[in-house]
Design a protein around this ligand. Structure first.
Ligand SMILES: [Mg+2]
Length: 263
């Protein structure tokens, strides 16, 4: 991707990209070998960051120190040293989200059509998962849509789930801009993701490319991948090839010095 890893920013989604998708969202962990490779990439590259729909605390418990974290689609951020910052506008929506979480739990308990549906409370946002009950998708979509109307939250579809967010214009795309503009002398940016929530990040990386940066948008493909993700990417890899991608990025850093200085 670049001959100057020290001027390159690496951005990764978490679920479905650095971690395999699992039935219980609470049990998602990095794929074997990811933590070791990220640890090696941190410090060699200008910045290594994860942009995810998960809370920063969740990501921090699973990823090595030094990886910069952007959680809840950009509503939370961390500098990689343990400080968590919350989007000031979104903070006002905590009570609304809590009310929506309570209403969702009540609905799931009361409606047999929603059997097995899980509510993930992320404080500033929430996710309704139907991975364990794929037949409930229609009922879940109706529930999410109703909660979105009643609690004035924005609805975003994701893999086998629906997310409800505060109505603030923060997403993975604004997170890409925030992260890359916070570091100096960036010449190239890579983003890898697997889901429709990553499309905003792909678009922002595309804008950086139009401004002259070298960019690569990687689609991590599985049987569930929405074709729009592949269409928006420069490169598609199978989900089993994520480790190969990380190894290739590590190999970039080990090129001989004369090749690096060759521009
Ligand atoms: Mg994902």
């Amino acid at each position: 991707m670049t001959r100057r890893p020290d001027r390159a920013v690496l951005l990764f989604d978490f679920d479905g990209t650095l971690s395999a998708i699992v039935d219980d969202p609470a049990c998602a962990v990095p794929r074997p070998g990811v933590v070791e490779r990220l640890t090696s990439l941190v410090g060699r590259y200008r910045q290594v960051a994860v942009i995810s729909g998960r809370p920063v605390d969740f990501l921090a418990s699973r990823l090595p120190a030094g990886v910069v974290l952007s959680g809840l689609y950009g509503l939370e951020s961390s500098d990689g040293e343990g400080t968590v910052l919350t989007d000031a506008t979104a903070g006002r929506w905590v009570a609304k989200v809590a009310a929506a979480v309570a209403a969702a739990r009540h609905a799931v308990g009361a409606d047999p059509l929603l059997d097995g549906v899980e509510i993930e409370d992320k404080r500033l946002s929430m996710t309704i998962h139907h991975r364990r009950s794929p037949g409930a998708e229609g009922a879940v979509q109706s529930l999410a849509s109703r909660l979105s109307d009643e609690h004035e939250l924005w609805l975003r579809p994701a893999r086998m789930s629906f997310e409800l967010h505060p109505p603030v214009t923060v997403d993975k795309g604004t997170a890409v801009h925030a992260l890359t503009s916070a570091v100096e002398e960036v010449e190239s940016v890579l983003f890898a993701g697997d889901d429709v929530g990553d499309l905003a990040a792909f678009a922002s990386v595309g804008e950086l490319g139009e401004r002259g940066l070298r960019t690569v948008r990687v689609a991590v493909v599985s049987a569930e991948t929405d074709p729009r993700v592949v269409d928006a990417s420069d490169l598609s890899i199978d989900e089993d090839e994520v480790m190969t991608l990380l190894d290739a990025l590590l190999a970039e850093d080990r090129r001989p010095e004369e090749e690096v200085s060759g521009g």
